[in-house]
Design a protein around this ligand. Structure first.
Ligand SMILES: Cc1cc2nc3c(=O)[nH]c(=O)nc-3n(C[C@H](O)[C@H](O)[C@H](O)COP(=O)(O)OP(=O)(O)OC[C@H]3O[C@@H](n4cnc5c(N)ncnc54)[C@H](O)[C@@H]3O)c2cc1C
Length: 392
């Protein structure tokens, strides 16, 4: 038996974890049912979440008792990668705006340069008309431009000697894998491969529109600006009456317009079943909430003098955020299965990109017993030797 470590899954969790170990001197192999670089039509694979992220580094729609610690570790790593000009990483001035008084989530305190909007000039705040009283905040936020960042991450893993093998595993295959240590990053496939103690298997479906050929939206200091905007519940809410938000994240390849958070359940067949459905608009056979178009258009035209029409350069997509449960959905846990030491790393909900480096470093700490701080420093030192231009 070799000292190799096998990682199951080639989403952002699997690639980041495997890359971390590989760059720290371990031999790794990813075994995966689906390989992201081989997929042409992502809408045929809604369960493969890493084909879809928007990808803001904010802990939205994720549940973990260790969220603060993991988020801060991950966020600080992204800031360091950005300093090293890793492909696709930007820092936005990101607004979270509400047409009512919201409870401020804990994560606001973890974001850099947080400011309430009360003291900002009105014309800098995303709004859809001038007669709404708004609440909210703005902070600095890392964004991963997915069409650049994810391919670069995969390329770096392969350049570093990591291998990706395509194979859909079943439970009976685990005991025959050629390594003692297995890291399970199989996302929504997790409960089919291993026993899962969670009673709920919640999925939050998300709709996105990609508008190509759209300009970057910047403020007077030339900083990229993005927003999440939540109107009154009677304007946009799900079937249970929960308010929903829309958003616009400008990227080099256009705008990512969202969103929806439709809760459903993962059935034994690994398919999603809706607990409610509010889709009302159809593009390319895909139904999605019409508010993504109407509300974003109101905000973009009122605040930024931009708008868009439903035309050929708009591509819809629908993917699943695997929340698991709303108490401690993220499963970052070690157990012995079929004679193997298995580290689980799944259930990241709407924040798998956000938590990717934090979870990868935490698992590496479990395996090596070295402190995460030391591992982070060593990893960044090794990444600094890489010619980033060769990854683009
Ligand atoms: C619309 C939308 C917007 C989002 N926006 C953001 C955002 O702004 N920021 C953010 O941080 N996150 C965001 N997310 C969430 C993020 O995309 C996910 O949390 C993340 O991609 C999960 O990655 P993962 O690697 O854990 O799982 P996945 O990407 O689902 O990968 C699972 C892997 O396991 C493999 N696998 C499964 N079963 C088996 C098996 N039996 N044998 C072998 N391989 C198997 C699959 O083939 C796949 O390679 C968003 C998600 C959606 C849907």
């Amino acid at each position: 038996m070799s000292d190799k470590i096998i990682i199951i899954g080639s989403g952002v969790s699997g690639i980041t974890t495997a890359l971390t170990l590989q760059l720290l001197g371990y031999e790794t192999e990813i075994i995966t049912a689906k390989v992201p670089t081989e997929i042409a039509n992502k809408n045929a694979h809604p369960d493969f979440a890493s084909l879809f992220p928007s990808a803001s580094i904010i802990p939205h729609s994720v549940y973990s008792h260790r969220l603060e610690e993991l988020f801060k570790l991950s966020q600080s790593f992204f800031y360091e990668l950005r300093k090293q000009v890793f492909p696709g990483l930007t820092i936005n001035k990101h607004f979270e705006i509400f047409e009512f008084e919201p409870d401020q989530p804990n994560y606001c305190e973890w974001m850099l340069n947080l400011e309430l909007i009360d003291n900002l000039p009105d014309d800098t705040i995303p709004r859809r008309s001038d007669d709404k009283s708004l609440n909210g905040w703005v902070f600095d936020c890392v964004f991963a431009d997915w069409s650049l960042y994810f391919p670069a991450l995969i390329a770096l893993y392969q350049q570093s000697g990591g291998t990706i093998t395509k194979q859909k595993l079943a439970r009976k295959d685990i005991s025959n894998l050629s390594s003692e240590v297995i890291i399970n990053c199989s996302g929504a496939g997790g409960p089919l491969l291993f026993e899962d103690p969670s009673e709920n298997q919640l999925i939050m479906r998300g709709h996105l529109l990609h508008k190509a050929n759209a300009p970057l939206i910047t403020n007077s200091a030339d900083e990229i600006t993005s927003y999440n905007y939540t109107p009154q519940p009677d304007v946009y809410s799900d079937a249970e009456g929960n308010t929903c938000d829309v958003y616009c994240y400008p990227r080099k390849d256009g705008w990512i317009l969202g969103g929806s958070r439709q809760v459903g359940e993962l059935k034994k067949s690994n398919t999603w079943e809706s607990l409610n459905d509010s889709s009302t608009y159809t593009i390319d056979g895909i139904q999605f909430p019409q508010e993504i178009i109407s509300l974003n258009n109101e905000i973009l035209s009122y605040t930024y003098d931009h708008s868009f029409e439903v035309s050929d350069d708009i591509t819809p997509s629908v993917g699943y955020r695997y929340i698991r449960n709303r108490k401690n959905g993220l499963r970052l846990h070690q157990e012995n299965v079929s004679g193997k030491t298995v580290y689980h790393n799944y259930g990241h909900g709407g924040a798998g990109v956000t938590l990717s480096w934090g979870c990868a470093l935490e698992i590496t700490h479990e395996i090596t017993t070295k402190k995460t701080k030391e591992l982070k420093t060593e990893l960044l030192k090794n990444i600094s030797k890489i010619d980033m231009k060769k990854l683009s």
